[in-house]
Design a protein around this ligand. Structure first.
Ligand code: GDP
Ligand code: MN
Ligand code: MN
Length: 259
């Protein structure tokens, strides 16, 4: 019987720009070959300095308009716009597409678990970040681990946020069951399992959202899987995005007719 171990890494201090989080994690919990190390994007971004003070941000006209519309600080909205490659929805919250393919509420910009008056951005290239962390741990600890960079995300259709993988290294994102047969010999035609999100979801549960102070979680003894890395829909595959953007255009047109 497989026994998967899940261990939160305790005892990490508040992370600041310049900190070597790979070393700090390995010092507190030795990793083993084959482990999967989940790291909250928030500490990666703090360590790399992907943060800003609100005071340093000058809001554009668009930021001011959206801030009024959604009841938010215009400087925070400007940070969200700066982090977005595309805006899918403006109201009742900004839904952004980031350049690395992720779609997230307020572009994943956070104001929690950092000093007052500061924002934390998602890492601009989380896949690269995961690859670098894996390499650092290989050098530091001489262990071959897989990495998942996680962020807590909202979702459609269901209340409640869950952890998602925004970057990974050492395995593929999706376990592909297509072509497999079920217990009755039926060939599976569409089943692809987003394993990195499932693991990120459990990691997020161990991390918690508030003052738990557990920004890293190690999974030991997970079974291996094979598949592919196309976690994000391509534009022509993403029905939800298409519908939301159309809805946004309709609202815009309706507004212009009224004015
Ligand atoms: P996100 O999901 O990546 O946006 O990160 P969260 O703000 O939800 O934090 C995830 C976990 O990491 C929680 O247990 C936080 O208390 C913890 N955490 C956040 N920042 C730090 C930090 O600088 N040091 C430590 N030790 N824990 C942190
Ligand atoms: Mn976050
Ligand atoms: Mn979180």
């Amino acid at each position: 019987m497989e026994q998967i171990q899940v261990m939160g890494v305790r005892g990490l201090p508040l992370i600041h720009a310049g900190d070597n989080i790979a070393a700090m994690i390995c010092e507190r919990m030795p990793v083993q070959d084959g482990d999967i190390l989940c790291i909250a994007s928030t500490i990666y971004s703090k360590a790399k300095g992907y943060t800003k003070t609100l005071a340093s941000i000058t809001p554009s006209e668009r930021a001011q308009r959206l801030a009024k519309l959604n009841g938010e600080d215009p400087r925070f909205v400007q940070a969200v716009l700066d982090a977005s490659a595309d805006i899918i929805m403006e109201h009742p919250f900004i839904l952004s597409e980031l350049s690395f393919g992720h779609i997230g509420v307020r572009a994943g910009v956070d104001q929690s678990n950092i000093e007052d008056g500061m924002v934390i951005f998602l890492p601009p290239d989380p896949m690269k970040a995961a690859g670098e962390l894996q390499e650092e741990i290989r050098t530091l600890a001489r262990k071959d681990v897989g990495i998942i960079i996680t962020d807590t995300c909202g979702r459609s259709f269901r209340r409640g946020q869950t952890g998602n993988a925004i970057g990974w290294s050492g395995f593929c994102a999706i376990r592909d069951f297509r072509g497999d047969t079920d217990l009755f010999g039926h060939v599976l035609k569409i089943t692809e399992e987003a394993v990195v999100d499932e693991i990120a979801g459990f990691a997020n549960f161990v991390m918690g959202e508030s003052n738990n102070g557990v920004p890293a979680v190690i999974f030991r003894n997970c079974p291996k899987w094979t598949g592919h890395d196309s976690l994000y829909f391509k534009n022509d595959e993403d029905i939800t995005k298409r519908v939301l953007k159309k809805e946004g255009r309709h609202q815009e047109m309706a507004k212009n007719r009224i004015v």
